[in-house]
Design a binder for this molecule. Sequence first.
Ligand code: ADP
Ligand code: MG
Length: 260
Amino acid sequence: MSAEPQAGAAPLLSLRGVRKSFGAGADRKVVLDGVDLDVTAGSCVVVVGSSGSGKSTLLRVVDLLEDVDDGQVLLDGEDVADPWVDADAVRARLAMVFQQYNLFPHLRVLDNVTLAPRVVHGLGRADAEEAAMAMLERVGLADKARAYPDQLSGGQQQRAAIARALVNGPELLLLDEVTSALDPELVGEVLDLLLSLRTEGVGGRPTTMLVATHEMGFARDVADEVVFLHDGRVHERGTPAQVLGDPRRERTREFLRRLR
Ligand code: ADP
Ligand code: MG
């Protein structure tokens, strides 16, 4: 990938021994069983694994939508899993895009994108709209600013959701299966946008990403590192060529075989 993480640079995000389970007693299910993971500023880490392997839980832990049972979630060295941390301040540095675009249906596309700058960053309407229009232009949707979400295709709605995620200039973009709900012919436009965010970024700064996806071709194109999650652990990690092209472990090979 174009943006090589700086050798020796402290990671923007570090997970250390993160554990998370759901339920109690006999129903207790360990989903994350000691996960270690680093994302260096400017890089892209792609998490793959079977359905139910904990990819969404991992992203939700980072976005503080789930608390952890044990371990650390370090953002710039600060443990944001600490219950005393100001969660809103942390979330203002991150942005998450979901499988279902989650646009507000009663708001025009432009108003969906201006909401966070106005509410979270206290921008006035004019400034927020200027920032939102610039971001809609970036994702190729300037002409849809006045439309309502249901007047857009699924691919356009997801691009609008990405514009909304990026408008506050997050340091880390979390993407959870953002193409899984799309008709196959609409997947390409979203992946192309994400690829251009990796290479050109926004304002010349490549977007740092932590991505969960089933799109192995996309993982190959954008990832600096691929992480295979299995049984609540990082079972294998490495470059896309290594993990996806020449996996060392049998579980990884089996996972990739089943995708074909
Ligand atoms: P993935 O995104 O890889 O498909 P998830 O993180 O969504 O996996 O889920 C991992 C496991 O955790 C699944 O077995 C799922 O049913 C369970 N799980 C996720 N969220 C909850 C929850 N809020 N309550 C109970 N179980 C959950
Ligand atoms: Mg998921």
